[in-house]
Design a binder for this molecule. Structure first.
Ligand code: THU
Length: 160
């Protein structure tokens, strides 16, 4: 038996103002998208913005449903829209802002496990890392240089 250690590197910015200007702009797009989240059940709103290599910005927000499991997270709403509209474009960067509508959320909120799996599909196919920035409604911002930092031991097409 041998031990295997898995390491991930993340970067933490004290606030959005510490991040580069183009990241602030993309996070601004995500914050606007968050305002349109349809989250009457959880009262937890998430906004996402994707910057593509063709210069387009794709947005998404969480869309809930009275039949709870039929709802969809913001990340997958955005990434599947990208897949439908610009299938050939590469995703350079993803900005995520998330928080409760009732209490201000200052903890950076990473994408859920199912969304990480969905993002992995696109990162693996485009053979180019997706930068991911995530934050709460305010406060610290976390950056990952690639989805792979958030999902080590990925399950992808290479095993099929
Ligand atoms: N949600 C997202 O949009 N993204 C995530 O990564 C985690 C959770 C949404 C789903 C649901 O509408 C609400 O947040 C509470 O789980």
């Amino acid at each position: 038996m041998k031990e295997i250690k898995i390491e991930s590197t993340l970067y933490v910015f004290e606030s959005i103002k510490e991040t580069p200007e183009d990241v602030q702009k993309l996070m601004g797009n995500a914050a606007e998208a968050r305002l349109e989240a349809y989250a009457p059940y959880s009262k937890f709103s998430v906004g996402v913005a994707l910057l593509l290599d063709n210069g387009e910005v794709i947005i998404g927000s969480n869309q809930e449903n009275a039949s709870y499991p039929s709802g969809l997270c913001a990340e997958r709403t955005a990434i599947y829209y990208k897949g439908a509209k610009y299938p050939k474009a590469k995703i350079l960067r993803m900005a995520i802002i998330a928080g409760s509508q009732k209490n201000p959320t200052t903890t950076p909120i990473p994408p859920c496990g199912a969304c990480r799996q969905a993002i992995a599909e696109y990162e693996v196919n485009q053979e180019f890392p997706i930068e991911i920035y995530f934050m709460g409604a305010s406060g610290k911002v976390v950056k990952s240089d690639s989805l792979s930092n958030l999902l080590p031991l990925v399950f992808d097409k290479s095993v099929l």
